[in-house]
Design a protein. Structure first.
Length: 391
């Protein structure tokens, strides 16, 4: 196992690092599934000075943007100069100036907002996203000119960046498809926001855990249907549902609704379920990465994930991935993970993988991509879940 708490080699300097992105309360623990806040924590642990800059435009511009998009089919046309001036006004030179300016840009939908060295940080490309959205929302469409403009804008950001940081090797392939040289692309992974240590676990009774705030995309209905079939041969099996699930009245299924980690009592309930369960099952219709897998892995839980997207890097050898559209594969994986010895063995591998996915180590990979290290930093190794046919 990797000791994620042991001292890491020192960096060349204490560097101010701006983290730029869009969205409500960017930088808070709830924004972007906690990614900006987690990266900032990791940078602080390395001795750097992270700070947040919101790339959101003023709310009074939103009606104008909607009209402009409808007329032109282009994202944020003619308002880039407004955004650029506002961002530069917000930026304070005391937070880093001259060649020492370093930026981590989360998202590529607002161009290159500030001067200085920057890396992009994403979990998928526009081209990867569009066909996946069709899986969840058939018939969904975007104006072709809007799509073309977003692709051009994303590619331009990749070319201007010092490096392109991505969550998974799947996302790296997406960036490389834009014609970006592979040497410029760095797989950093994403960090665990929730770490629960479970020294002992009862593996004798299969207890599956589903966690997901997007019931349809996370394939919650498919999990419940597969579990019903599993109970016919393993009647003692249990399934716990956490998230925005509907009311489910099925034998062996218990729903807990959405449990928030920033509410002490609800966080305690999540931790109790992580200690009680024997396998996480989230076979999403698509999953760019899925921090829930290494968070479960930290607790020693193996995972059943999806082949669609980049979650193989999140699971590593600590589980299996299935075709979410093939119910027989999901049932086979759940049946196999009812074996206490197999579940325990994969749980140990899941913990080892999770120890590569702390925000401290992710931040180190990002800073390595920016060139702010005494030595080169290697990418996150590819993850290799157990082949389904070997179960």
């Amino acid at each position: 196992m990797v000791d994620s708490q042991k001292p890491l080699p020192q960096t060349n300097q204490r560097t101010p690092v701006g983290i730029i992105g869009r969205g409500p309360s960017f930088g808070s623990a709830r924004a972007w599934s906690g990614t900006p806040a987690g990266l900032a924590e990791g940078l602080s642990q390395m001795g750097h000075e992270p700070f947040f800059i919101s790339a959101d435009l003023p709310s009074w511009l939103n009606p104008l943007l909607r009209v402009s998009r409808a007329l032109t089919g282009r994202p944020d046309p003619s308002f880039g100069f407004v955004q650029l001036r506002l961002l530069r006004k917000r930026y304070r030179p005391t937070q880093g100036d001259g060649p020492s300016r370093k930026w981590v840009q989360m998202g590529t939908d607002f161009g290159q907002p500030l001067p200085g060295d920057f890396v992009t940080f994403e979990d998928m490309t526009v081209r990867q996203l569009l066909p996946l959205v069709q899986v969840v929302s058939p018939g969904f469409s975007m104006h072709p000119r809007f799509v073309e403009a977003r692709v051009r804008q994303q590619e331009a950001c990749y070319r201007k960046a010092v490096a392109c940081c991505v969550a998974s090797h799947w996302a790296a392939e997406g960036v490389e498809a834009y014609g970006i040289e592979r040497e410029k692309i760095h797989v950093t992974g994403l960090g665990c926001n929730h770490q629960v240590d479970v020294p002992r676990r009862d593996w004798s009774t299969p207890r599956f855990l589903f966690i997901g705030m997007a019931w349809a995309r996370k394939n919650g209905e498919g999990v419940v249907e597969a579990f019903e079939r599993l109970r016919e041969v393993v009647p003692e099996a249990q399934l716990s549902l956490v998230g925005d699930h509907p009311e489910v009245d099925r034998p062996g299924v218990t729903g807990y609704g959405p449990l928030r980690l920033d509410v002490a009592s609800e966080r305690a309930e999540v931790e109790r379920l992580l200690r009680l369960s024997t396998c996480l099952v989230v076979p999403s219709l698509y999953e760019p990465f899925g921090m829930v897998y290494p968070e479960a892995g930290w607790a020693g839980l193996p995972s059943i994930g999806t082949v669609v997207g980049g979650c193989a890097d999140a699971i590593g050898g600590g589980g299996v991935v299935v075709d979410p559209q093939d119910s027989s594969q999901l049932l086979a994986a759940m049946s196999a993970l009812c074996n206490p010895q197999l579940a325990m063995s994969l749980g140990e591998a899941a913990r080892a993988r999770a120890e590569l996915l702390t925000w401290r180590l992710v931040a180190r990979r990002v800073m390595g991509a920016l060139g702010v290290l005494d030595q080169a930093e290697s990418d996150l190794p590819p993850g290799h879940p157990l082949p389904l046919e070997s179960l």
